[in-house]
Design a protein around this ligand. Structure first.
Ligand SMILES: NC(=O)c1ccc[n+]([C@@H]2O[C@H](COP(=O)([O-])OP(=O)(O)OC[C@H]3O[C@@H](n4cnc5c(N)ncnc54)[C@H](OP(=O)(O)O)[C@@H]3O)[C@@H](O)[C@H]2O)c1
Length: 401
C-alpha cells in the first residue's frame, strides 16, 4: 500500500491527541517513519505542535470529502476524535473502503456493533484492519487475558476456563472528551431503546459465538478466589465485550466455554462489604443521573469540558496495578495469576502510549490477520506483548501458577 504517510493522528488538538503526538514525537525512530497530524482546525493543531515540524492535514467529520482524502493519505489512521458515535462513522467507512488500517479509543459499544455490521465485508475485501478500543479500555484486559492464556497453554496445554480481572490499585482521572462520550451514549440510549438492549448484551460484539457469561453484576458479592468483597468495575461493560469478541476471533485459543468478568476488589469483612456496596451504589447513581436530561445537564456543569483533563502532574503520577486470575478447567493447583502494571494515568498518560504503539504495530509489524474488524488481542496480541513492556511502561508477569 503506497501512501503519502505511514500514520496520521486525527484529533491532534484534543486532550488525548496532544499526548499521543508528544509520545510519537519522542520516539527514537520518529524520523524514520512518515507521519502527520490532522484536525478540523489547522491553526489550532499547529498551535499544539509548537516548533515541531510535523505536516498538518485538515479533516472535519462533517465534510465527507475531507474524510475520504484523509483515509487515502496514510496506511494507518489513529483517531482520538470523539464521541465516536457522533464524529467517527464516516472515517470508519472510508478506511474500510480504501484499505486503510485504523485504531481508536472508543468505549461506545453500541457504535462498534453498528460499525462491524455495516463495514465488516468491505474491510475484509479491502484489507483494512479496523481495531477499536486501543486505550485503557481495553488493552490491559485484552492483553492480560491473551498473556494468561498463552501461559496456560504453554504450561498445561489447556486454556483457563474462566478469567477474572481485578484492578488492585490505580490512580487516574477523566477528561471532558470521555465525559462527553459517556453522556452522548446515555442521551442516544434515551432516544433509541434498542441501544440499552445492545449495551446490556454480554455478547453484543460477537458475530456468532455465544458463551456462558450472563449480564454484568452491578451489586456487591464475595469473591472466594480473592477472599475479598468486590463491586462493579467502571469499564467492565466495555472490556468484557471486547474480550469475548477476542474469544471468538482467536479461533478457540480461549476454549469454547470460556468465561470472563471484571470487578473491583474492596477488601474483607464489613468494611470490604460496605466498600463494594458503595462502588455499586455510586456507579448506579452516576448512570441514573447521566441518563436523565436535567441531572445530566447538572453533572455536565461540574465535570471537565471537552479539551480539558487531568493535570500534567496527575498524569505523570498516575499508575495502575491489575491482577487476572485464571482457573484451570479441572485442577485448581494449576490455576494462574497474572499482573498487568502501567505507569502514568491509565486513561491518558498510558492510553496515549498504548494507542500509539497500536498504530506502530499496524504500520510496521507482521500481523497474523487480514482485513476486517479485529480486537487488540486478535490483531496485535504478540506484537503488543513485545512493544508495550519495551516502550510504553506496561508490563505483564505471571505471579502464581
Ligand atoms: N478508551 C480509553 O481509555 C480512552 C481514554 C481517553 C479518551 N478516550 C476517548 O477519546 C475521545 C477523545 O477524548 P479527549 O478527552 O481527547 O477529547 P477532546 O479533548 O474533546 O478532543 C476531541 C478532539 O476531536 C476533535 N473534533 C471534534 N469535533 C470534530 C469534528 N467535527 N471533526 C474533526 N475533529 C473534531 C476536537 O477538535 P478541536 O480541538 O478543534 O475541538 C479534538 O481534537 C473520547 O471519545 C474519549 O471517550 C478513551
Amino acid at each position: 500500500m503506497e501512501r503519502e504517510y505511514d500514520i496520521i493522528v486525527w484529533g491532534a488538538s484534543g486532550f488525548t491527541g496532544r499526548l499521543v503526538v508528544d509520545y510519537m514525537a519522542s520516539q527514537p525512530g520518529a524520523s524514520n517513519f512518515k507521519w502527520a497530524v490532522a484536525g478540523r482546525n489547522v491553526n489550532k493543531v499547529r498551535s499544539v505542535l509548537g516548533d515541531r515540524d510535523i505536516p498538518v492535514v485538515q479533516a472535519d467529520s462533517h465534510d465527507d470529502a475531507s474524510i475520504h482524502a484523509l483515509a487515502q493519505k496514510a496506511r494507518v489512521i489513529l483517531t482520538t476524535v470523539g464521541p465516536y458515535a457522533r464524529y467517527g462513522s464516516s472515517l470508519v467507512a472510508a478506511c474500510a473502503q480504501h484499505g486503510t488500517h485504523y485504531c481508536d479509543l472508543t468505549g461506545e459499544v453500541h457504535w462498534m456493533r453498528d460499525m462491524i455490521t455495516a463495514h465488516q465485508e468491505t474491510a475484509k475485501a479491502s484489507g483494512a484492519r479496523i481495531v477499536h478500543t486501543c486505550g485503557f479500555d481495553s488493552i490491559p484486559s485484552e492483553l492480560g487475558v491473551y498473556f494468561l492464556q498463552r501461559h496456560m497453554l504453554a504450561t498445561h496445554g489447556v486454556p483457563a476456563k474462566q478469567i477474572k480481572y481485578r484492578p488492585m490499585a490505580f490512580s487516574g482521572g477523566f477528561s471532558g472528551g470521555t465525559i462527553d462520550s459517556m453522556m452522548a451514549m446515555m442521551e442516544s440510549a434515551k432516544e433509541d431503546k434498542g441501544i440499552f438492549k445492545r449495551l446490556a448484551d454480554p455478547y453484543v460484539l460477537n458475530d456468532t459465538m455465544r458463551g456462558l457469561d450472563g449480564p454484568d453484576r452491578m451489586s456487591a458479592y464475595f469473591d472466594e478466589d480473592l477472599d475479598a468483597w468486590v463491586g462493579p468495575f467502571v469499564m467492565a461493560s466495555v472490556n468484557t465485550r471486547v474480550v469475548r469478541r477476542s474469544a471468538e476471533l482467536l479461533n478457540g485459543m480461549y476454549g469454547s466455554d470460556f468465561q470472563y468478568n471484571e470487578a473491583t476488589p474492596t477488601g474483607k469483612g464489613a468494611k470490604g462489604f460496605l466498600g463494594a456496596a458503595g462502588v455499586g451504589l455510586g456507579s448506579g447513581a452516576f448512570a441514573g443521573m447521566a441518563s436523565f436530561g436535567p441531572t445530566r445537564s447538572l453533572l455536565q456543569r461540574f465535570l471537565p469540558k471537552p479539551g480539558e483533563g487531568p493535570t500534567e502532574e496527575a498524569i505523570n503520577n498516575g499508575y495502575y496495578d491489575i491482577e487476572l486470575f485464571g482457573q484451570h478447567p479441572t485442577d485448581a493447583s494449576k490455576n494462574a495469576r497474572v499482573r498487568v502494571k502501567g505507569d502514568k494515568d491509565p486513561g491518558y498518560g498510558s492510553t496515549s502510549k498504548m494507542i500509539a504503539e497500536s498504530a506502530f504495530a499496524l504500520a510496521q509489524d507482521d500481523l497474523p490477520v487480514g482485513g476486517g474488524f479485529w480486537t487488540p488481542a486478535s490483531a496485535m496480541g504478540d506484537a503488543l506483548l513485545q512493544r508495550l513492556p519495551q516502550s510504553a511502561g506496561v508490563t505483564f508477569e505471571v505471579i502464581e501458577g
